[in-house]
Ligand binder design. Structure first.
Ligand code: SUG
Length: 438
């Protein structure tokens, strides 16, 4: 089977702000309360998409979600008209307002876990939207994500959509940020690696509570009918250093695994298990703490680079700009150039997202599709140069240049946001997908 990878990037929404909402996410905690620029954030996301397209990688987009979610605030007991709901929430519970206004759906790597057709027993692509029981702002994403994925991947002969796992601490699931795939090539059967931080009965042992449970990972693997699934435990040291998702300390593509030596609980033993499961041809690049400390790995987000296959062969590493500014990170990349078959290295500036703990890889959901599957994807979401230009003009028209958490109660922001979303659902040909449109 031949297959291509399509990267579905989350479009940054008009309410992008710094709420300090991400547990164990050091950048998010540090940025809390700062003034954001939704326009710059959205443009940086589009610029990254352009870099990927120039490399020959297929790109698609996922729309932002409706924020602030007045419906969510109402479900928390705020009453009256929209303006009143926002005002009361801002006065009585500003953190709830921030959560209900978060543009976090931009981090599409968390939208769902996706299994490749070559890995599943029925040969279809399987999707399970993430449930995020640990964070209010993220659990609000699940319903819209599920609806959007069903629209984009509508053909039941090729795509299977599972319901998100029950929203409870035992089944804490944060999607593809804790999921990797290794195979000789995209189209060949592979090993899907599910990385978890704790088991259901553990309370989270370290400084930060692990976000993914083994039980959630195992349930997703079962639902998807993954033939060869491997479950690895994240190290507490990595979680405590700020690796709240596995994709902060490891990245995989085809037959290449790049990881920090402290990424997994049993270090060498876990790598041996991966080698045994994958058989020959696997290339593992272990970055030692002596070369790059865990702290510097988290500061630079080196492992949150996108490692992608190029159409002409070889791979590209699309890293955050921050890697260029941190000498230890850049020298790792320089060394990898000579060892991993890296034909291209590109540094992208996604600083607005990085300040909330979202690097290049967080902003995209990888979907492997065989040829027929690619043709079956909703065409309106596939990005070409014309769509990219339309999206840039749309951002310019609708997005604010500055936003502070105090602005979230501004009823005008709600209006602006709805106008922007109404237009983008039309641009992407998605029809009515938002509650305010019905
Ligand atoms: O879940 N940040 C996100 C970042 C997600 C990054 N994704 C991956 N690693 N794949 C999170 O912690 C911060 C929002 C705020 O503070 O306003 C936030 O939710």
């Amino acid at each position: 089977m031949s297959a291509v990878e399509v990267n579905f990037d989350g479009l940054v929404g008009p309410t992008h702000h710094y709420g300090g909402l991400g547990p164990g996410n050091l950048a998010s905690a540090r940025s809390r309360g700062e003034v954001s620029s939704p326009r710059a954030a959205a443009m940086q996301g589009l610029a990254k998409i352009k870099v990927m397209m120039d490399l020959g990688v297929r790109q698609a987009v996922l729309p932002p979600h409706e924020r602030p979610s007045v419906a969510a605030l109402r479900s928390l007991g705020f009453t009256g008209g929209d303006r009143e709901v926002l005002e009361n929430a801002a006065r009585e519970a500003p953190d709830l307002l921030s959560a209900c206004a978060s543009a976090s759906a931009m981090w599409a790597a968390n939208a769902a876990t996706v299994s490749a057709p070559a890995d599943t027993t029925d040969g279809r692509v399987h999707f399970t939207p993430a449930s995020f029981p640990a964070e209010l702002h993220r659990t609000l994403e699940t319903e819209t994500t599920a609806a959007v994925l069903r629209k984009l991947f509508a053909d039941p002969t090729r795509f299977v959509h599972h319901k998100a796992l029950p929203t409870c601490a035992w089944l804490s699931d944060e999607g593809a940020a804790n999921h990797m795939r290794l195979a000789r090539r995209h189209g060949e059967p592979g090993v899907e690696i599910f990385v978890y931080g704790r088991t259901a009965r553990e309370d989270g042992l370290g400084r930060y509570r692990a976000r993914q449970t083994f039980e959630a990972s195992a349930a997703v693997a079962r639902l998807h009918g993954v033939r060869r699934a491997l479950f690895l435990r994240q190290s507490d040291a990595a979680i405590d250093a700020g690796a709240f998702h596995n994709d902060v300390v490891a990245v995989a593509n085809e037959n290449v695994l790049l990881h920090h030596e402290a990424a997994f609980a049993d270090g060498e033993a876990e790598i041996a298990r991966i080698r045994a499961a994958c058989g020959g041809g696997l290339e593992v690049f272990t970055i030692r703490a002596g070369e790059l400390s865990l702290k510097t790995a988290v500061d630079s987000y080196l492992f949150n680079s996108q490692l992608v296959s190029l159409p002409g062969g070889g791979m590209a590493l699309v890293c955050p700009e921050e890697c260029r500014e941190i000498p230890a990170a850049w020298s790792v990349i320089e060394r990898l150039r000579d060892t991993v078959p890296l034909r291209e290295v590109r540094a992208v500036g996604v600083r607005q997202s990085m300040r909330n703990g979202g690097g290049p890889a967080c902003l995209r959901l990888r979907v492997l599709l065989e040829d027929g599957g690619l043709a079956a994807v909703h065409p309106g979401a596939m990005v070409d140069v014309a769509l990219l230009a339309r999206l840039a003009a749309w951002v310019e028209r609708h997005y604010r240049d500055r936003l502070s958490p105090h602005d979230l109660a501004d009823p005008q922001l709600l209006e602006e946001s709805r106008a922007a979303l109404d237009e983008v659902s039309g641009i992407l040909g998605l029809g009515a997908i938002y509650p305010f449109q019905s």
